[in-house]
Design a protein around this ligand. Structure first.
Ligand code: SF4
Length: 232
């Protein structure tokens, strides 16, 4: 069974997410915040193409957006927001970079997603990855993240735990009930169907359309393009 790097992020947030993804799949309704994040992401990518590499402490390198990675030995697949490939003959050649639209700082779930990408890159390229970056969109800042042996081992253990949930159809306990309030799966876990009324659905689509149309026309004015390729 193949695991996606995003599964690790979800597993850290709540193991039940895995159950509702693989064992008993349910439709997931993205929250407004998630859609907003995708739009911000597209804007950032267009700006990123024009920037230098100083944020990543690099002097040269080719950018690869939405870079697909696959680690056959780990059964791990994903698509990295950005991989910078340098010509370095001795040090690290490939740097994975994940962009996140969050004001809550760098949390473990994002870090382990990045480490999963690093592991996959290492296996694919046969070259070591000791450092990656998380770029926080609200701060417009790239944070270096050491890809340590301990973190790599932890990701491997999490892959085993995810497989255990799926193969044994195990319904795990929530990581923390405090997280349910912002979770798109709350209607399945808590009997809280907060978005099921027509009025709320209507409000959601109105807000989404407003957000999307506003961003698109602004980007058009700025002369940027919209890359609609889906993120993993
Ligand atoms: S609603 Fe709560 S228990 Fe259910 S998947 Fe989300 S965070 Fe976990």
């Amino acid at each position: 069974m193949e695991i996606r790097a995003t599964d690790l992020k979800q597993f850290v947030f709540c193991p039940r997410y895995i159950y509702f993804t693989y064992v008993q799949p349910v439709p997931k309704v993205p929250t407004l915040k998630m859609i907003q994040g995708r739009v911000e992401h597209i804007e950032h990518q267009n700006k990123e193409r024009r920037r230098g590499l100083r944020s990543y402490n690099l002097v040269e390198g080719a950018r690869h957006f939405h870079y697909p990675v696959y680690a056959e030995r780990l059964g791990l697949r994903g698509k990295v927001d950005l991989v910078i490939e340098t010509k370095s003959s001795s040090g690290q050649r490939y740097f994975p970079i994940e962009c996140k639209n969050t004001n809550r700082g760098i949390r473990n779930n994002i870090v382990y997603q990045l480490v999963a990408y690093a592991l996959a890159l290492e296996e694919m390229t046969n070259s070591p990855v000791h450092l990656g970056y998380i770029y926080l969109l609200p701060e417009k800042k790239a944070y270096p993240i050491p890809i340590t042996q301990a973190r790599k081992q932890h990701v491997k253990r999490m892959i085993t735990m995810i497989r255990h949930i799926v193969e044994n159809e195990y319904f795990p306990e929530p990581r923390s009930r405090a997280r349910c309030a912002t979770c798109e799966l709350q209607r399945y876990c808590n009997d809280l169907d907060t978005s099921s009324t027509w009025n709320e659905k209507q409000k959601f689509f109105e807000e989404f359309n407003e957000l999307w149309n506003g961003r698109c026309s602004r980007m058009k004015q700025e002369g940027t393009t919209i890359d609609t390729e889906a993120r993993s």
